[in-house]
Design a protein around this ligand. Structure first.
Ligand SMILES: *[C@@H]1O[C@H](CO)[C@@H](O)[C@H](O)[C@H]1NC(C)=O
Ligand SMILES: *[C@@H]1O[C@H](CO)[C@@H](O)[C@H](O)[C@H]1NC(C)=O
Ligand SMILES: *[C@@H]1O[C@H](CO)[C@@H](O)[C@H](O)[C@H]1NC(C)=O
Ligand SMILES: *[C@@H]1O[C@H](CO)[C@@H](O)[C@H](O)[C@H]1NC(C)=O
Ligand SMILES: *[C@@H]1O[C@H](CO)[C@@H](O)[C@H](O)[C@H]1NC(C)=O
Ligand SMILES: *[C@@H]1O[C@H](CO)[C@@H](O)[C@H](O)[C@H]1NC(C)=O
Ligand SMILES: *[C@@H]1O[C@H](CO)[C@@H](O)[C@H](O)[C@H]1NC(C)=O
Length: 633
């Protein structure tokens, strides 16, 4: 093996049950990958050109003091998944002797605060540092004092409860800071102007407060998901925040938005011990308003009312995930005392994607819908929303009586994708979605829903995808117009037994007919559809094998029946796999495909029998007629 190694001067990977570093390595090596071996000790390496050394996933516990001394070019060192919590004296001397390092990974080494501090000395060139999965508990200002050039630090998955003032502030180049999966409880005074990415996910953070100043904070991505936040974070006044992750917290647990806002303002004053004259100030809103945020995830929080006043100033907001909260209605009730004044025209001028899945929503006010002037995607799956008929005089301005309130989708002209799965909708009135720009519509799992004729009127020319599965519909409940751009249709899990012939208008590419009551399919329709159809699902029906013209067409057109191996059909009262049937149709459907065969012998006997009967019959009739005639005479 060795001669081969010697010829490789640029990069070399040896992942081969090694227990020690091979001698006779080529002096000119620049990259050496010794990860996933059983190496326990590292002694002086004579590789003066080596730039990258990967020793991750070994059993390294001893690095001799002079091990790295000759590695004058070493820039990247990966020591993750070893046992460097041992032999601190010798290991730290070795690590301190390489000040040229740009990237160091010491993740998963069971390192404590003291060990890390020793290992990070003399690291003035260090740019990237990974310390994931160690046992750090407290970060102090002395930790990074000899590695102030750091740009990216990951200390996720440790046990940090405390960060001393001055730990990260001196790191002027720091952009990326990952502190996820620790035990931090609050961020009282966020001061890191330089940081662009901050991950605090999966801690126990209850609040996040930034003192208001007039400095620019470069923060773009803030992840506070999976914490215990009760309020929105108080972000820097001048910031560049674009992505805000707040999912899986307890924001919204206060009864009203007003209570929450006054609580968070009080908190701000307490935490920063501001004096009384700040009381009038609405800190959260004044800073919130300048935020260029495009994405907010507020799913899995505790909102019972929609925080209109807090979210509406976010004029750049494009995506809002508000799924899995407890909203029952969204009312448009701006009060006179609100920071904007009641005459303020509320708009969400950039919102394109709005997720409200699983809230228990019954009512959404028309005024609110009108404020969504750019909305394209609305997910209302698993709510109790009923679409209004456009003629409904009650409209959705009705108060929150679940029996009468309905949602006026035609108010959202820009709407393209609407998910109304599982809302308990019973009836779809004519022109329900008229004036929207619907491209895809999901109405699945609205048990026993009836579509009135014309329900899709107004969107039949724009709809490309329609899902009507799990409704328990019969063919009579299904009324579809001609849809000239529809390419996807799912009517699976219903009780449908024929496809509406209006579908011959549609350039369908995918159709799902599974679990219905089909016995046969209209072959001329299938013939029409076959021009565009590329995938079809047909399993779980009661197809008659012998009524098979459509099958012949499918077979001929080489259409892809995705679940053909699960599909069955009935012949002679028995279910048989459609695949078997297609291999040899004549075996199963003898009487339907050929005229009955009768032998000549049988034919003569039948002929004789018939003529005898006929003769007898004629004689009998004559006799009766003769008698009757004699009476008449
Ligand atoms: C170090 O090696 C581990 C395991 O091989 C890998 O997951 C990690 O990304 C490497 N670290 C760096 C900074 O490349
Ligand atoms: C720091 O590193 C340089 C070489 O990069 C070395 O000369 C010096 O001795 C190191 N300092 C300590 C305290 O190890
Ligand atoms: C933050 O860290 C968590 C946990 O490691 C990770 O799942 C999440 O994707 C990170 N967030 C961002 C915005 O990168
Ligand atoms: C809604 O209708 C049900 C029965 O249909 C009735 O018991 C209930 O009182 C009604 N609720 C309201 C708020 O009118
Ligand atoms: C059609 O809807 C059902 C749910 O009823 C789903 O399981 C199936 O995957 C959908 N079909 C396609 C092709 O997506
Ligand atoms: C579907 O409708 C039939 C009658 O049309 C009814 O017997 C059955 O219980 C319904 N199933 C569901 C799941 O609603
Ligand atoms: C079969 O579909 C065609 C349209 O392709 C339609 O004209 C015809 O009436 C349909 N036949 C039946 C029996 O539904």
């Amino acid at each position: 093996k060795l001669p081969q190694i010697l010829t490789l001067s640029n990069g070399l990977s040896l992942n081969d049950n090694l227990y020690s570093i091979p001698v006779d390595l080529d002096m000119r090596l620049r990259r050496l990958d010794l990860s996933n071996n059983f190496i326990r000790q590292l002694h002086t390496l004579g590789l003066p050109y080596l730039e990258q050394l990967d020793l991750s996933c070994n059993q390294l516990d001893l690095i001799s003091e002079k091990a790295f001394e000759k590695l004058a070019q070493l820039e990247e060192l990966n020591l993750s998944r070893n046992a460097l919590n041992n032999n601190l004296g010798s290991n730290s001397k070795a690590l301190q002797s390489i000040s040229r390092l740009r990237s160091l990974d010491i993740s998963m080494n069971s390192l404590n605060d003291e060990a890390v501090e020793l290992y990070l000395r003399n690291k003035s060139s260090l740019d990237q540092l990974k310390m994931t999965g160690n046992s750090l508990t407290r970060l102090t200002h002395s930790l990074f004092k000899e590695s102030t050039g750091l740009r990216a630090i990951s200390i996720d998955d440790n046990l940090i409860t405390d960060i001393e003032q001055g730990t990260f502030e001196p790191l002027g180049r720091l952009e990326t800071l990952n502190l996820a999966k620790n035990n931090l409880v609050y961020i009282c005074d966020f001061k890191l102007h330089q940081v662009k990415y901050l991950n605090l996910s999966r801690n126990s953070v209850e609040f996040f407060v930034t003192r208001e100043d007039n400095k620019l904070y470069r923060l773009e991505i803030l992840d506070l998901s999976f914490n215990k936040l009760l309020y929105f974070p108080i972000v820097p006044k001048i910031n560049r925040l674009r992505y805000l992750y707040l999912q899986n917290n307890m924001v919204g647990a206060y009864n009203s938005e007003t209570t929450m806002i006054s609580q968070v303002n009080t908190l701000y004053e307490e935490v920063l011990s501001e004096d009384g004259n700040a009381v009038e100030k609405n800190n959260i809103h004044s800073n919130w308003r300048m935020m260029p945020v495009v994405y907010i995830d507020l799913s899995y929080n505790h909102f019972r009312s929609f925080p209109l006043e807090t979210l509406s100033p976010l004029s750049s907001l494009e995506t809002l995930d508000f799924s899995h909260n407890c909203l029952q209605n969204i009312i448009f009730n701006i009060t006179k005392d609100s920071p904007f004044g009641y005459h303020h025209q509320i708009l969400f001028p950039s919102l394109k994607y709005f997720d409200l899945q699983s809230n228990g929503l019954v009512h959404i006010s028309s005024l609110f819908l009108e404020s969504l002037t750019q909305l394209e995607t609305l997910n209302l799956q698993e709510n109790f929303v009923k679409p209004c008929a456009p003629t409904d005089p009650l409209g959705s301005s009705q108060p929150t009586n679940p029996n009468t309130s309905c949602v006026a989708f035609w108010k959202i002209r820009t709407l393209k994708h609407l998910n109304l799965k599982q809302n308990g909708i019973k009836i779809l009135h004519p022109k329900t979605f008229a004036r929207t720009s619907l491209v895809s519509l999901n109405l699945a799992r609205n048990s026993d829903m009836t579509m009135q004729a014309g329900a899709l009127q107004g969107v039949q020319r724009s709809l490309r995808s329609l899902i009507l599965s799990e409704i328990n519909m019969t063919s009579c409940d299904l009324s579809l117009p001609c849809m000239p751009v529809l390419t996807q249709l799912n009517i699976s899990n219903n009780q449908i037994d024929f496809i509406p012939s209006s579908l011959s208008c549609a350039p369908l590419r995918e159709i799902d007919l599974r679990n219905n009551n089909f016995v046969s399919l209209n072959h001329s329709l299938i013939n029409n559809l076959s021009e565009h159809l590329s995938v079809m699902y047909i399993g779980g029906n009661y197809f008659n094998c012998c009524d098979n013209e459509w099958l012949t067409i499918l077979n001929k057109m080489k259409m892809k029946v995705a679940d053909i191996s699960h599909a069955e059909c009935i012949a002679n009262g028995k279910y048989i796999a459609m695949i078997d049937y297609l291999k040899n149709p004549s075996v199963y459907c003898v009487f339907h495909t050929q005229t009955p065969e009768v032998s000549t012998g049988q034919a003569i006997i039948i002929l004789l029998f018939v003529s005898v009967i006929l003769t007898v019959l004629i004689m009998f009739i004559r006799k009766v007629c003769w008698h009757q005639r004699s009476f008449l005479v």
